[in-house]
Ligand binder design. Structure first.
Ligand code: COA
Ligand code: ZN
Length: 306
């Protein structure tokens, strides 16, 4: 039997938060259903953030009531502070994602907090979540490069990840928020972390700004990481991380991992339906490399075997 990999779909959150137009709740709900139909079992559909800061996420509570209700589908809500945590809890999320960036500037722009304030805020959320029985995943954002301050030494994400585990985080997501990292950096960051905490406690979150996301994903997989974020059609970016393009496209990640013998449980052909909805809703050319290839083969009348 093939080894299983978890792909956590973040297109509805990380993807849609950065679109110039706000996609309506109906369309988001259709995308969520189509994702589940394609085999996606882990989704981060919303964040409970200030609607002034991110109007695209203002319908978080409303969308939550419209998500496919299946026992084997796991939902996470991103929370930037205790207020967001309380809103996510009210909405019934069993898992929350916290955010801690590696520099003062990035935390300030994203959360209006210094690095130390943001770390302490995460510690407070983690304590509350532990008491409430809510599972946690803490993002170390800008783990490879900061959009404002440039390159980040590997000791920074490593130290923050260790601090978050110590504070009770169940998992840590190492995030290349602006797509400024490389595979060697991935190896240097992850090797000691995996040794100290175990590969199963990590997620890797990649943006494909400079085309290295696939190489970095494989580097992480080769080190034993089996949990990845991705965004259907490569939707994404971050309004607080200038220069960042979309996440690694879910369909490209599925293709990469499946072609290397791992089982994602996701059907690329069915993901095309989600990309089609997203293309129409955002009025943008979307789709990872593998979709362009499939489309080119179909244009030539060639049968596509994946
Ligand atoms: N959800 C909804 N509203 C929130 C909120 C939350 N999680 N946290 C604060 N607010 C509201 C407050 O109630 C207050 O409302 P009011 O003006 O009507 O009284 C207002 O926002 C300001 O509250 P304050 O605590 O001073 O927040 P802030 O202005 O310092 O902003 C954040 C801090 C974290 C709320 C804001 O920076 C934010 O939402 N950032 C998220 C950025 C993001 O989504 N990044 C991408 C994902 S990592
Ligand atoms: Zn991201």
């Amino acid at each position: 039997m093939k080894e299983q990999v978890i792909i956590n779909e973040v297109g509805l959150r990380d993807g849609l938060q950065n679109q110039p137009i706000t996609v309506d709740t109906d369309t988001k709900a259709r995308m969520a259903q189509a994702l589940v139909d394609a085999g996606v079992r882990y989704l981060e559909p919303v964040s409970f953030v200030s609607p002034k800061a991110v109007p695209q996420m203002a319908d978080a509570a409303a969308l939550t009531t419209r998500l496919p209700d299946a026992a084997d589908v796991h939902y996470t809500a991103l929370v930037p502070n205790l207020k967001g945590y309380q809103l996510a809890r009210q909405a019934g999320y069993p898992t929350v994602a916290l955010v801690l960036s590696t520099t003062d500037t990035f935390n300030q722009r994203n959360l209006n907090m210094s690095l130390e304030q943001a770390a302490q805020s995460c510690e407070a959320i983690l304590a509350a979540a532990r008491a409430d029985g809510v599972a946690t995943r803490t993002y170390i954002s800008g783990a490879f490069a900061c959009p404002y301050d440039g390159p980040v030494p590997v000791s920074l994400p490593q130290g923050l990840a260790a601090r978050m585990f110590e504070a009770g985080s169940d998992a840590v997501a190492i995030a290349d928020t602006i797509g400024g990292g490389n595979p060697l950096q991935m190896k240097h960051i992850m090797t000691p972390l995996i040794r100290d905490f175990g590969a199963e406690r990590f997620y890797v979150h990649l943006h494909d700004t400079r085309g290295l996301a696939a190489a970095m994903a494989w580097q992480a997989a080769d080190l034993g990481v089996r949990r990845f974020d991705a965004s259907v059609g490569g939707l994404g970016g971050c309004p607080f991380a200038p220069g960042a393009t979309g996440n690694m496209a879910t369909e490209d990640l599925v293709y990469l991992l499946e072609s290397c013998g791992l089982d994602t449980g996701i059907d690329i052909q069915r993901l095309r339906e989600v990309v089609a909805i997203a293309r129409q809703a955002t009025d943008r050319p979307l789709g990872g490399r593998i979709l362009s290839w499939i489309e080119s083969q179909e244009t030539r009348g060639t049968t596509v075997c994946l």
